[in-house]
Write a new protein. Structure first.
Length: 166
């Protein structure tokens, strides 16, 4: 049986979070990889108004792409452990409900199932969030690097434009 199925009703939600996080991180990584290549290949603008306008249009488009899915990744990375902890609370409530019954010894399977659900949902939430935090930070550093290169290219283009205009 799948850990997501053993996690109870929140297992499906955690599975959805994991899928969305994977998709967002993958798309973010591909976007940043492509942007990094485009910045490396970015040629200084031609010394004409049209060439400069085209250059700044490309720079603006790249800048808009860099933060793509950053907020989604952040929300999912924060949400997954919270859902896992919610599953822990739900499982513990089930466990304590079973303990309050007079048939505690006959229903030990109910106690074990509640504890199991509590631990599995917590584990799933942490397993989803921990790599998400690491990958999110790595991608943010890549984004910062690309933004710095883009800024340097813009500064160089402005210096060249001032040199041509003077």
């Amino acid at each position: 049986m799948s850990a997501f199925a053993l996690a109870g009703p929140l297992g499906v939600v955690l599975l959805l979070c994991a899928a969305l996080l994977g998709a967002a991180l993958g798309d973010r990584a591909l976007t940043l990889w492509g942007a990094r290549r485009q910045v490396r290949a970015l040629a200084p603008p031609a010394p004409s108004a049209d060439g400069t306008a085209r250059f700044f249009h490309v720079v603006g488009a790249l800048d808009a792409l860099l933060g793509r899915h950053r907020a989604v990744v952040h929300v999912l990375v924060v949400l997954a452990p919270l859902l896992g902890l919610l599953g822990t609370v739900m499982g513990m409530i089930d466990t304590f409900s079973a303990l309050t019954d007079a048939e505690v010894y006959e229903r030990s399977g109910g106690v074990a199932a509640g504890v199991s659900q509590a631990l599995i949902t917590t584990e799933l939430g942490l397993v989803i969030a921990a790599p998400g935090v690491l990958l999110s930070r790595m991608l943010t550093r890549q984004e910062e690097s690309v933004r710095n290169r883009l800024g340097a290219a813009v500064a160089d283009a402005r210096r060249r434009r001032r040199g041509v205009a003077a």
